[in-house]
Design a protein around this ligand. Structure first.
Ligand code: CTP
Ligand code: MG
Length: 255
């Protein structure tokens, strides 16, 4: 394996609107401790020696703004590329992946909305791929008991069953992949979308992460330990929690 193949590239989907966070700028550009979420997320990746290149999939009308933002936050000396993202997370990842040089053999995909992922998680995911796994996800056990229901808007919703919590994991990012595996499943998903069967949606549930695509097409995905601070900023309360975590880090001078 040559040096380039051993260093991973990271794709950062950052083109979402952040509707669940409420009105305002696109989520990746919202601030946490005075710094945009995206900048936190990119810094977390560049801190890892396993990552040699970061490709950001920015809101399609915000590419120039994102380039300027990364430069103004001291990231101008890092190997970072910015491309226009798409209308779904999957499309944004696919567009980011297409901008990675052919010789890069390992790709991590990390949500801009997970600004506080510790570098240890990034390193652990990259090493598991380097050690031979084709797809790796960091995950944590669940605190809540989970029930499957028959969805009824407004409820009450009949409960179908209660999966054994010990076998459940909440998955985070960065998820890590052999580059050929990730490119192949994204290409297959795109091809499927354009066929009548795909559009009609067989009984399959929607795929919400990249590892889910690998599973869907028969690949093998493994889980490594994630971290509670790698949570996704989705709703307003998550931003409150993220501010508290950041304040604690700054107070501990670990930042
Ligand atoms: N994402 C993206 N392109 C899209 C949609 C989402 O790159 N068309 C990115 C988001 O920017 C985010 C990550 O995918 O970093 C995870 O998505 P999510 O948390 O759902 O973010 P949003 O889609 O922005 O939020 P919401 O669903 O509340 O609108
Ligand atoms: Mg979304």
């Amino acid at each position: 394996m040559n040096a380039t193949a051993a260093v991973a590239a990271a794709v950062v989907p950052a083109a979402g609107r952040g509707e669940r966070l409420g009105p305002g700028a696109p989520k990746a550009l919202r601030e946490l401790g005075g710094v945009p979420l995206l900048v936190h997320a990119v810094r977390a990746l560049t801190r890892s020696r396993a990552v040699g290149l970061v490709v950001v999939a920015a809101p399609a009308d915000g590419v120039a703004e994102v380039v300027a933002l990364l430069d103004s936050h001291g990231l101008e000396d890092k190997d970072i590329r910015v491309v226009a993202g798409g209308s779904t997370r999957q499309e944004s990842v696919r567009l980011g992946l297409a901008a990675i040089p052919a010789e890069v053999g390992i790709v991590l995909v990390h949500d801009a909305a997970r600004p506080l992922v510790p570098v240890e998680v990034v390193d652990a995911v990259a090493s598991a791929v380097r050690a031979g796994a084709e797809a790796v996800v960091p995950a944590v056990p669940l605190a809540d008991t989970v029930k499957r229901v028959e969805p009824v808007p407004g409820g009450p919703e009949p409960v179908l069953d209660t999966p054994d919590r010990a076998t459940l994991r909440a998955v985070q990012t960065p998820q890590g992949f052999r580059r050929d595996t990730l490119a192949e499943v994204h290409a297959k998903a795109l091809a499927e979308e354009s066929t009548a069967e795909g559009a009609a949606g067989t009984a399959l549930p929607p795929v919400t992460d990249d590892a889910g695509l690998v599973e869907r097409f028969g690949g093998r995905v493994v889980v490594v330990p994630g971290h509670e601070e790698a949570f996704k900023v989705t709703r307003p309360l998550d931003l409150v929690l993220a501010e508290a975590v950041l304040a604690r880090r700054r107070a501990a001078d670990a930042y």
